[in-house]
Design a protein around this ligand. Structure first.
Ligand code: SF4
Length: 178
């Protein structure tokens, strides 16, 4: 990319609107599977638009990793797919973080600007296209995270992407138009 960074993104500014997002909204979905089988914990219609909330629990460590959700693939996927299903854009995602020792909670909002969602979708489509080929690139960084394994970890790491062996664990689904 032919650019150098000259300003620091004001991620902390997003926390300023947190109190507003605490307000209740109409519940539209609770742990409901989307066509991709992703399951956002909570989808609400609020005065600020459609909001997706995902709860994460950590044993300890507090909230020191909260800023990494600013670029969370999972949250942008939720935002895009919920928007497709409802036919209206998701404006915000929120991480509801629960730290158990000491017991603390935080509701951390991430604005889903259409420009950033389009940037995410452009990259995601390239990955999906590539994953649909016979020789997908393995992305080991996402295979097992601290939130658990990728749904296809067994396919890639145990069944060696062998279609016959994969049928013992996975059902075939028709390709989706995106
Ligand atoms: S397990 Fe397979 S599909 Fe999942 S992130 Fe890793 S390489 Fe990609």
């Amino acid at each position: 990319m032919p650019y150098q960074k000259v300003t620091y993104p004001t991620i902390l500014d997003e926390r300023a609107s947190q109190e507003e997002l605490h307000r209740e909204g109409d519940v539209l979905m609770v742990d409901e599977p989307l066509p991709s089988r992703a399951r956002p914990d909570l989808v609400q219609r609020t005065p600020h638009g459609i909001v997706v909330t995902d709860t994460k629990v950590t044993l300890k460590g507090g909230f020191r990793y909260v800023d990494e959700y600013f670029t969370s693939h999972q949250l942008f996927h939720y935002a895009w797919e919920v928007g497709e299903v409802l036919g209206e854009p998701v404006k915000w995602c929120r991480i509801h973080l629960i730290s158990l020792t000491p017991l603390q909670t935080l509701l951390h909002p991430i604005e889903i600007r259409p420009e950033r969602l389009a940037l995410w979708l452009e990259g995601a489509k390239r990955v999906w296209d590539e994953m649909g080929t016979q020789t997908p690139t393995a992305r080991f960084t996402g295979c097992q995270t601290r939130y658990g394994p990728c749904e296809f970890r067994d396919a890639c790491h145990v069944l060696d992407l062998d279609p016959d062996r994969m049928e013992s664990v996975y059902g075939r689904v028709p390709p989706r138009d995106i």
